[in-house]
Ligand binder design. Structure first.
Ligand SMILES: C[S@@+](CC[C@H](N)C(=O)[O-])C[C@H]1O[C@@H](n2cnc3c(N)ncnc32)[C@H](O)[C@@H]1O
Length: 340
């Protein structure tokens, strides 16, 4: 899985400079720490010794947060890391970047609702579902703000997820709560949203200075926990397995519950090697499912090849696509949709 990946193969200073730029718009703390790592040989050398995908910056940075490191770049942090390296390394080796960001539900929702409006209740499969929180889009509420029409509030649950919309809304899209007949996640390492240790790690994965994301996570975990308690079952069923290997069986099961099966993934295919990513779209199409992808613009080959190159100079974003066709640029943690 790690072969052919920037995190696994790249130079640590280069990886951290790249990540500093990614974090600049939303987390000055991670930007500053990442720039410092890139120019501090003693830290870069330690990180270079981590295996494969464990060299991912988000993982080291989350370990710092989970272990309450001082987050100001400089000698104090360098000394803290030297003193706590065993614990940092253990945390990195036993955890993964499984950020479960319900803010993303606001960008999935209009497309899910559009598909449900077209064909009736859908069966929803999320690949890379982490704690399953993005499989409950109908349990939360949304506040959509538009450039050219009044604000729209949807749903009655918590959290209330804000999202700014610009650009012309495509015809496939409906601003409504989708009818979901059945849902299931697939993850190599599913997390239990009712476990306090899981909650603490998911919180550590949130970038410093983003209190609203922490509040949203806490509210979504409470909603998932309440749903589980009400039914006596896990709040969301998740199959343990690999995206490509588990998908055929899960889609076959999904088809028993709805005519339209939607396979969705956000911030997941970037963890899959490039050659396997290139097979994913054809796999979904071959299973007769609709495909919503929401990933970095270079992650999904079908999406990357259809985007006009070199024309975008906005903040770091994901590209929301339906069946491989790009429909919008969106905030990496939700927050905004710019329809193309
Ligand atoms: C960054 S999290 C994103 C979680 C969720 N999609 C969200 O947007 O909040 C990526 C998830 O993908 C899972 N994952 C990574 N590689 C996978 C694979 N090959 N098959 C299934 N899941 C995978 C990880 O375990 C992790 O939970």
């Amino acid at each position: 899985m790690s072969r052919g990946h920037f995190y696994a193969d790249g130079d640590i200073a280069e990886i951290y400079r790249w990540f500093a730029a990614e974090a600049a718009a939303t987390s000055p703390t991670w930007q500053a720490v990442s720039e410092w790592v890139a120019r501090t040989a003693s830290i870069a050398d330690r990180l270079a010794g981590l295996p494969g995908m464990k060299r991912q910056p988000q993982l080291f940075l989350a370990a710092l947060r989970r272990l309450d490191a001082p987050l100001t770049p400089g000698p104090a942090l360098e000394g803290w890391i030297a003193h706590h390296w065993d614990a940092v390394q253990r945390t990195i080796l036993t955890h993964s970047t499984q950020t479960n960001e319900v803010g993303r539900c606001a960008v999935h929702l209009p497309l899910l609702a559009g598909l449900a409006a077209e064909s009736g209740p859908i069966a929803l499969v999320e690949v890379g579902s982490s704690a399953g929180l993005c499989l409950l889009p109908d349990a939360y509420a949304y506040r959509y703000r538009f450039d050219d029409r009044p604000e729209l509030t949807l749903g009655a649950g918590t959290p209330v997820i804000p999202c700014r919309i610009s650009g012309a809304t495509p015809e496939q899209v409906t601003y409504a709560s989708p009818a979901i007949a059945w849902r299931c996640g697939i993850d190599t390492a599913p997390l239990d949203p009712t476990d306090p240790e899981v909650a603490a790690w998911l919180r550590a994965l949130i970038w410093p200075g983003q209190a609203e994301r922490e509040d949203r996570l806490a509210a979504a975990l409470a909603t998932a926990t309440a749903l589980g308690a009400a039914t006596g079952r896990p709040p969301v069923p998740v199959v343990t397995g690999d995206a490509l290997e588990a998908l055929p069986d899960v889609v076959a099961e999904a088809r028993r519950h709805a005519d339209t099966v939607v396979v969705m993934h956000t911030a997941t295919l970037s963890y899959v090697s490039r050659d396997r990513r290139a097979r994913f779209g054809a796999l979904v199409g071959g299973l007769g499912a609709r495909w919503i992808s929401c990933e970095g613009e270079r992650v999904v080959p079908e999406v990357r090849d259809r985007l006009a190159s070199g024309t975008y100079d906005g903040p770091p974003c994901f590209v929301l696509a339906l069946d491989g066709r790009p429909l919008a640029r969106v905030g990496q943690h939700g927050g905004w949709i710019d329809w193309l």
